[in-house]
Write a new protein. Structure first.
Length: 266
């Protein structure tokens, strides 16, 4: 029995066109053809061949748009498969988490029960049309298990810390940001965070945060009609006077004078 569960509509996150599975061993041969989608296959049981390379339970294979692909089950031990199909270009980045062999595009996974559970859920849905979020949630549940090492084997811990610190600052600059709390989240000392952060960005975390707030403030002053107090609140300065002093120290003019100069130049 083969079941495809399709989605209807779109999502701003990631669109999964459909997911499917075969709950009985499948011996159908897929002849060589040019594929136009991103396709992920998980082998739950049995074995088969993908572009003539053997694939067994606990493994899977990736297909990308523009790629020739052929695959078939082993007649003596046919496989059970779960597949995910998407045309969304964001899948290209997600494929990196699978760390597939660069030549065969075969990957390994160690969460067979989760794949089996996903197949059971699809079989219970039956051939039907679902909201895009339903399939996205089902796929991401598997992808998150695959992506337990998102930075890859060649990414240093220091770079991992820097990436997180930058994301943290960019996401939280509108609120009070404590560098001490950031270091605690990362599980490193403040001196260590200071050293590695400055080695990459050329700035201390505190200086980078201030410069990022300044950049956002200048955009708001130039592109919106927000009051100075509203701009101050929007960039993490609940005290408008403190914000004005900070801005003047950095830019040499007050926020109000900066806005006026921008207005006069246009």
């Amino acid at each position: 029995m083969i079941v495809n569960v399709y989605s209807c509509g779109d999502t701003p996150l990631l669109h999964i066109r459909f997911m499917g599975c075969n709950r009985l061993p499948d011996t159908v041969n897929i002849p060589p053809m040019l594929r136009n989608s991103y396709i992920i296959h998980y082998v739950l049981r049995g074995r088969g061949f993908y572009n003539r390379s053997p694939v067994e339970a606990g493994q899977g294979f990736l297909i990308q748009p523009g790629q020739m692909a052929e695959y078939c089950a082993d007649p003596q031990n046919p496989w059970e498969l779960l597949w995910v199909v998407s045309e969304d270009e964001n899948m290209a980045k997600l494929f990196q988490a699978y760390r597939a062999d660069p030549v065969t595009q075969i990957f390994s996974y160690d969460f067979i029960p989760a794949v089996s559970s996903a197949m059971d859920a699809l079989a219970m849905m039956g051939p039907t049309v679902q909201r895009p979020s339903v399939l996205l949630e089902r796929f991401l549940g598997l992808w998150n298990l695959q992506d337990r090492h998102p930075y890859g084997p060649f990414r240093s811990n220091a770079q991992t810390y820097i990436d997180f610190a930058l994301d943290y600052i960019h996401a939280n600059y509108q609120s009070p940001v404590s560098i001490r709390e950031l270091a605690e989240l990362l599980g490193v000392s403040q001196p260590y965070l200071f050293r590695i952060f400055k080695s990459v960005t050329g700035k201390s975390p505190k200086t980078y945060l201030g410069d990022y707030r300044l950049l956002q403030a200048k955009k708001l002053l130039a592109e919106t009609q927000l009051t100075i107090t509203e701009v101050s609140n929007s960039v993490g300065y609940p005290d408008a006077l403190a914000f004005s002093r900070f801005f003047s120290q950095k830019e040499g003019v007050s926020p109000r004078a900066y806005r006026q100069a921008i207005t006069n130049s246009t």
